[in-house]
Design a protein. Sequence first.
Length: 346
Amino acid sequence: MKKTLSSIILLSIFASGLLPAKPNTKAASYKSHEVSASTVVEPVGATPATSSVPVVYFIRDITPEALVKVYRATGYKASGKTGVKVSTGESENTNYLRPALIKNLVKDELNATIVECNTAYGGSRSNNVNHMKIAKDHGFLDVANGFDLQDADGYMTLPVKGGVRLKENYVGSHFKDYQTYLILSHFKGHAMGGFGGAIKNLSIGFASGMSVKKSGKLNIHSAGRSVTSWTHCPQDEFLESMAEAAKSVCDYMNGGKGIVCVNVMNRLSVDCDCDANPEEPDMHDIGILASLDPVALDQACVDLVYKAQDSGSLIERIESRNGIHTLEHAEKIGFGSRNYRLVEIK
């Protein structure tokens, strides 16, 4: 198909880094949830890993080496069979995390298996055969010790403790086969959630698709109303369901001790990697963040978006979906902390 002259010009402008960003008018007035070290009163002998305020590690470089470095900074020690939950992206999408970026961490450092679940919206990843083809075409089979579609053989049920929307969460039946997980997320906007990061990857990412009898994805999107069909629910109930489903995953993994989370803040489109035709990003890349607390991690990423001068488009997407409510509810049900200490590493 021939490109129009206007599309060629637009692509040329973007490639030159001249695509005008929507300015962020809220940077100066935004109140961050970052807590300075001088204001934190810690128990005697406390370390960053046991601090009452979770630590989020931040590195500005976005390279394979930087990804390994920020992961190591958390002090997390993977044990047993390790799964890396990452989105393989829709077939036409170009914003997903590149295999070349994650190989050093996934295969060389962790010798881990990449894990995924089928989608609930159709598309090229809604069934086992097509999803495996996308994983291969996008290069994910070459950068890990295996690739596991966790709902290929069905689903399993996780209890939701302390939830107000969900009583149960449905994930792929292979979920139980792993002792530790790295939640490796591309932080970006999202058409329904406002933004997608660690919490979305823990909830919708692990939830079973429509290829099985009970779809965890439909359960979350409907706030518990249906596991077989798309059913509308109020926006805030959907956001609360994401937080509750994510909590159930962490609860199952030894109260979160079996999980470490990393968010990569590059190609910050207002649309998710599940969108086949996402909007091109109009803001700069920020860096990579890692934490043992997924709530603190996502909050730190949101704070960095609000601090950026060229993030108006992404902020508009987050606020139009009330995306921050996911973090509010997560903290309310005891899932994690929105307050954190940011430690930048070089």
